[in-house]
Each structure stands twice: as structure tokens, then as C-alpha cells.
Design a protein around this ligand. Structure first.
Ligand code: GLU
Length: 297
């Protein structure tokens, strides 16, 4: 049975970009006769904005997107994440790390690696061999291996997680659970068969697959949707001019999101009409994706 989800972080209201991911995940669930769930990803508490969750639920409801089961909240899932970390530690896959950001930069500089501004630091593995008396700050996954995976829209990709990302954080120095661990544990616990989300998260997928493997969890299928770009050519966000979705005209918002997904203009009087027409249109689009995947060399 198909189970999909939309997993917003309550850091602000939905905007034109986040609606694309919400709509695609809903359409994909409906086109497969499946279930659509909502998960509020509020692990990064300092970034959460009071009232944002309520607003997001209202915005989704105004667009006719209502979850089939009560939403989950990651802030209530700490014990499940702790169990998963414990399992990884017991298996020798996770280890404590004492490094500050400065320590990491220094270790990288000593190896002649120049850290570019805003680029992810590949952890140099300093604490792999033990803490040597330094106090533990964070927990990391021992990330060895290349991951090959297929995105339903983007096709096949390979990432050498060890070399390109390095041992990544599972639990942060501030005690908060990292997105990678929380998302993997919850996708499995909610029985998610298909992850449909924005393309900005595509390069997180190999890390999540590595974690699923380490925890003995099933791998869902993945489809990453096109992004809406802001004035500066980057993914639309509050920082580059994203406006909150206008609750006064949800049909226009759906039409715009549908256009990003490649749906043709659909005749509809209201959001429910529009969604009903959009499901078969989306089924046609994903049939073409599947066909392209089948034909790949
Ligand atoms: N919470 C993440 C975000 O808002 C999405 C996570 C996911 O879909 O895996 O960007």
C-alpha cells in the first residue's frame, strides 16, 4: 500500500515553493490510490516559529490538502531517535565527536583543504579513532561507501558519501537531533513507501539511504520535484522574497504549483474540482517518468 508524506519544517508559512512539494506528494499518493500523511519537522527548535504549524495546516486545508491520519510532530519523537542512535552505537556505526567547527577547519587546513564559504565541510574523521580525553559534543555516523540510487524523475545518481560528505552528524552539539536521523527513523516508522519532496533535498538522499541500511530499514522510492527560484536564482525562500501563500486565492496558488510540476491548465471552478482533474494529469506525467527510466541505458 502506497504511503506518502509532506514534511514541512514550521519555520514560517508555506510559500509558492513549498506548495509544489506538498501538491506533488498529495497527487502522487492519490494517483497511486494511497495514503497521504503530514509530518511537522520541528526538531530544529531554534528555527521554529510559533504559530507556523497552525498556519501551514490552514494553508494546506485551504488548498484542499488534508492528511489522512493525524499529523506527527518530530518534537515528540525523541525516544525513537535515541533508540536508533543506540542501535548504531552498538553496531559500531556511530561515534561521539569532540570537534568544534574551528577544530574541523584547522584539521582540514592542515591537509591543505580550503573551506569555501557556505560549502559543507567534509568531516576529516578526527574522532573516528576515539576522543582521547576530549569531551563528546556530537554523534556522527561512520559514513563509508558509495550509494547508487534512482530518482523517479531525475534518474540514476551515485554519491560517494564518505568522500563527498564525510561522517555526518546524527545528534548535534546543542543536543538536538539532526534532520538526517529524524527523517529516516520517521519515514520508516510511518511506513512511507514514497518520498516526494523538493529537489534541493536530492543530495541528502544518499545519506538517508546509508542510514536506512545501517538501521536495517526499508528504502522508500524517491521523487524530487522542480524548485521555484527566487529573484536571485536560488531556491525560493523567505530570504529571497518568498511571499506567504495567499489564503484568499488558493486556486491560483494550486494552478501555479501545478504549472511548475508540468500539469496543463485545468478547467475548474474551485480547489476540489482542480485537484480532481490534476490527479489523472499527474498520473500521465509519472507514467512518462517511468517510461524514461525503463528506457535508460
Ligand atoms: N522538513 C524538510 C523541509 O522542510 C523536508 C524534509 C523531507 O521532505 O524529507 O525542507
Amino acid at each position: 500500500m502506497y504511503r506518502g508524506r509532506f514534511a514541512p519544517s514550521p519555520t514560517g508559512p508555506l510559500h509558492a515553493g513549498s506548495l509544489v512539494a506538498a501538491l506533488a506528494s498529495w497527487l502522487d499518493a492519490r494517483a497511486h490510490g494511497g495514503v497521504w500523511l503530514l509530518r511537522i519537522e520541528d526538531v530544529d527548535t531554534p528555527r521554529c516559529v510559533p504559530g507556523a504549524e497552525r498556519l501551514i495546516l490552514q494553508q494546506l486545508a485551504a488548498c484542499g490538502l488534508v492528511a489522512d491520519e493525524p499529523p506527527w510532530r518530530q518534537s515528540e519523537r525523541g525516544p525513537a531517535y535515541a533508540d536508533a542512535l543506540q542501535q548504531l552505537v552498538a553496531a559500531g556505526r556511530a561515534y561521539p565527536c569532540a570537534c568544534t567547527r574551528r577544530d574541523i577547519d584547522k584539521a582540514l587546513a592542515a591537509r591543505g583543504v580550503v573551506h569555501e564559504r557556505f560549502a559543507e565541510r567534509v568531516y576529516p574523521g578526527t574522532c573516528r579513532g576515539g576522543l582521547h580525553g576530549r569531551p563528546a559534543r556530537a554523534w556522527r555516523l561512520r559514513a563509508d561507501g558509495r550509494v547508487r540510487w534512482v530518482d523517479r524523475r531525475l534518474g540514476e545518481a551515485v554519491q560517494d558519501v564518505g568522500a563527498e560528505v564525510g561522517d555526518f552528524v546524527l545528534k548535534r552539539a546543542d543536543g538536538l537531533w539532526a534532520y538526517q536521523l529524524a527523517v529516516v527513523v520517521d519515514d520508516a516508522a510511518q511506513g512511507i513507501t514514497d518520498v516526494v519532496r523538493g529537489e534541493d533535498l536530492a543530495d541528502n538522499t544518499p545519506r538517508q539511504i546509508l542510514l536506512q541500511h545501517a538501521l536495517g530499514l526499508p528504502r522508500p522510492r524517491y521523487l524530487h520535484t522542480p524548485l521555484v527560484l527566487g529573484d536571485d536564482g536560488h531556491k525560493l525562500s523567505k530570504q529571497n522574497g518568498a511571499q506567504a501563500l495567499d489564503l484568499a486565492d488558493p486556486l491560483a496558488a494550486l494552478r501555479a504549483a501545478g504549472a511548475v510540476l508540468g500539469l496543463p491548465p485545468l478547467a475548474a471552478e474551485d480547489v476540489h474540482d482542480w485537484l480532481a482533474a490534476a490527479v489523472p494529469a499527474w498520473a500521465g506525467i509519472i507514467a512518462a517518468f517511468d517510461e524514461r527510466l525503463r528506457k535508460r541505458p
